[in-house]
Write a protein that binds this ligand. Structure first.
Ligand code: PLZ
Length: 444
């Protein structure tokens, strides 16, 4: 069998066995025996190749990918520029440790991040491996800069699975339950969740959140306010207009570092290079990962130079952070986004998908809300009103999987079906995926 992924893979849905097929079932038995059971599986088909808009499994099935490995392969799997850059770099050198003997790739990624992120001021960057590691480092940097300790996050937030980021993540199961004690000095305030709190006035919602922070934490103690511009794992919740700008203004007036966690929203995913741009919000620090390097492990903190330079020399780092192969991939990702107009592509995907989802909602009152931006879209499913319907969500996802459409769920109440197609998804597969969703809703 050839394992050549990338966009040259036939761009078709092809289901030749039950899902999962016999080869996948056999591999899954080995996985169950060999891999710690704490690592779950959404869809147990074992992958041999992926690219464009499809994922191909060991049984020869070709599935339509509405997941992008959780918003990572935004430019596509094994995207040509990424594959070429990684191949070249892996043959040149694989690692030296940037803290020992540095290399240009890291510097170029930092320069690119400083250029691409919102804000016309002097910026600096530092690179790590995972989203959680970068979030932790943003907090470290904000604490050094402000000489304060407290961190505020919001309801429904997701920031990772390490000790500090577990404390920052809202949802207990499966992320936190039994894994405490958690890091201290992390406080939770209200998010803006228009479908549930009924408040479409983001300024008023922000004032409530700020009031909670002032009463329960105090700006004098607060180093950083950390928030996702669209709450990701928490349910693809877009805050009411005005919420984020009001919070950032308060942070600025009160010596609090405003940190945007753009791990899931970043790199063209939402129809802007970074989602904070939709409301003209300029964060002090911005955390990126996932889509930054097309699947190679890389993350970053980028922000105002004076904040980024607060930690002492040697205070930030790690063995692998900004690994040369991941940096080569990131530079190829950025080139691909810019050369192929992928920000515009994300907007076109939004238009196609939202139109179809609205048509589905008109026929099905269980689709309570349609939301998101660009190619980061979701439907929140209810029994009636706003009562969560996690059973329907599971059933729809499972039925879609059976038909060869990879979809993911999310949400505090487990009732959100989310769509994260790679921006390399061809239109005919995007529409075929939507056809499957429509038929699945009709029969679920
Ligand atoms: N911040 C906004 O979305 C990762 C988690 C999947 P890492 N989201 C997917 C899972 O179940 O573990 C994420 C995120 C936001 C931080 C993170 C953490 O990024 O690269 O997984 O550490």
């Amino acid at each position: 069998m050839t394992n050549t992924g990338g966009p040259q893979l036939p761009q078709e849905r092809r289901i030749v066995t039950a899902i999962p097929g016999p080869e996948s079932v056999a591999l899954h038995e080995r996985k169950t025996a060999a891999v710690a059971s704490g690592v779950g599986t959404t869809l147990p088909v074992y992958v041999t190749a992926a690219g464009g808009g499809v994922v191909v499994d060991v049984d020869g099935n070709s599935l339509i990918d509405f997941g992008s490995g959780i918003a990572v392969t935004t430019v596509g799997n094994s995207a040509p520029r990424v594959a070429a850059a990684v191949t070249e770099q892996v043959a040149a050198f694989t690692h030296t440790c940037f803290m020992i003997t540095p290399y240009e790739g890291y510097v170029r990624v930092a320069e690119a991040l400083n250029r691409l992120t919102p804000g016309g001021f002097a910026k600096k960057s530092v690179l790590f491996n995972s989203g959680a590691e970068a979030v932790e480092n943003a907090v470290k940097i904000a604490r050094q800069f402000t000489k304060k300790q407290a961190v505020v996050v919001v309801d429904h937030a997701y920031h990772g699975r390490t000790n500090l980021t577990m404390a920052m993540t809202a949802k207990s199961m499966p992320y936190k339950s039994g894994f405490g004690p958690f890091a201290g000095e992390v406080y939770r305030a209200s998010a803006s969740y228009p479908f549930r709190d009924g408040d479409t006035d983001g300024v008023a919602a922000a004032r409530r959140t700020i009031d909670e922070i002032e009463k329960q934490v105090g700006a004098d103690n607060l180093a950083a306010f950390v928030i996702e511009p669209i709450l990701g794992e928490g349910g693809f919740v877009v805050p009411a207009p005005g919420f984020l700008p009001t919070i950032v203004e308060w942070c600025r007036a009160n010596g609090v570092v405003f940190v945007a966690d753009e791990v899931q929203t970043g790199f063209a995913r939402t129809g802007a290079m970074f989602a904070m741009e939709h409301e003209g919000v300029v964060p002090d620090l911005i955390v990126t990962a996932k889509g930054i390097a097309g699947g190679l492990p890389l993350s970053a903190v980028t922000g105002r130079a004076e904040i980024m330079d607060a930690p002492h020399v040697g205070g930030l780092g790690g063995t692998y952070g900004g690994n040369p192969i991941a940096c080569a991939a990131a530079l190829a990702v950025i080139e691909t986004i810019e050369a192929d107009g992928l920000v515009e592509r994300a907007r076109a995907i939004e238009k196609t998908m939202v139109e179809r989802l609205i048509a589905m909602q008109a026929k099905d009152p269980r689709i309570g809300d349609i939301r998101g931006r660009g190619a980061m879209l979701a439907v929140e499913l209810v029994t009636e009103g706003t009562t969560p319907n996690p059973d329907l969500t599971k059933a729809v996802a499972a039925a879609a999987h059976q038909q060869g459409l990879i979809v993911l769920t999310c949400g505090t109440y487990g009732n959100v079906l989310r769509f994260l197609p790679p921006l390399s998804m061809p239109d005919h597969l995007l529409n075929e995926g939507l056809d499957i969703l429509e038929s699945v809703f009709a029969s679920a």
